[in-house]
Write a protein that binds this ligand. Structure first.
Ligand code: GEK
Length: 244
């Protein structure tokens, strides 16, 4: 796929409105996420590997907040257990429309995929062996997060896994400053200007609410998960596994 370059925040804007996953974002999304999230490619390919290990025969695998379906396609290539399918969910109609086109051109595997345009808070999770929230929980209102994690726990089979990737915040100011500074260096190294970095940051301020790693781990434990570990971290971007 040819990646169209993200220049959404390249020119000065009179007013910065809250970030939305609309058609303009969809058009540049692969470039935007690759240049903004350190380790994105590693995360996508390794989530496929984890799904390959934890998928159970005759179960559902969920990609919640699937965007264009990068995690779905990676899981699809790695799942070999019989009778599995993937349910990919996003509440952006533009993402789902484009994601369905990309899925239609993927001939790498026969694992069935359904793409749904819905709020993940409304989706029934059942008979699941793998559930992925790859940078999605951070967009869910704080008050809804525990209920969602609890529903995922209830819908997982014993031995099933939740893979949770998030941008995180740090309680200690010195640590917070370090991680934000090096993340901005990462974005500069990928060609974003200071103006783009600062306008995007303002657009995300009320939309992407990061929490501390300890808060995520406590919530997973409160929901009932028995094994919880960080398997990936680069600066303020982490991915956790939680096994039922
Ligand atoms: C990837 N996982 O490429 N219900 C459903 N979808 C939602 C909701 C909601 N309530 N809120 C936000 N989204 C992807 C990347 S992007 C992360 C995930 C980022 C969707 C939103 O429409 C967007 O597509 C996605 O969650 C977050 O691995 O851009 O930082």
């Amino acid at each position: 796929m040819v990646k169209k370059q993200d220049a959404i925040y390249a020119s000065p804007l009179d007013e910065i409105i809250d970030f939305r996953f609309d058609e303009r974002v969809v058009e540049v999304f692969p470039d935007m996420i690759q240049r903004s999230v350190p380790g994105y490619g590693t995360l996508i390919s390794t989530i496929g590997v984890l799904a390959g290990r934890y998928a159970q025969a005759e179960s559902h695998c969920y990609d919640l907040g699937c965007s264009l379906g990068a995690v779905t396609l990676s899981m699809r290539q790695r799942i070999t257990q019989a009778g599995c399918d993937i349910i990919a969910v996003d509440n952006s109609p533009a993402m789902i429309e484009r994601g369905e086109q990309l899925l239609a051109s993927d001939t790498s595997s026969a694992v069935p995929v359904s793409m749904l345009c819905a709020h993940i808070q409304d989706v029934n999770i059942e008979n699941a062996s793998v559930v992925v929230l790859n940078f999605t929980l951070q967009f869910i209102p704080l008050a809804d997060r525990l209920a969602l994690i609890e529903r995922i726990y209830q819908g997982l089979r014993p031995g099933g896994v939740l893979i949770l990737s998030e941008k995180i915040a740090f309680d200690e100011p010195v640590r917070q400053t370090f991680h934000i500074d090096v993340h901005h260096d990462f974005k500069r190294a990928n060609g974003y200007s200071d103006l783009e970095i600062s306008q995007k940051r303002s657009a995300l301020e009320n939309v992407l609410i990061p929490e501390a790693l300890s808060t995520h781990k406590l919530r997973l434990a409160d929901a009932g998960f028995s094994f919880i570990d960080t398997w990936f971290q680069c600066f303020n971007f982490v991915s956790l596994v939680a096994i039922k």
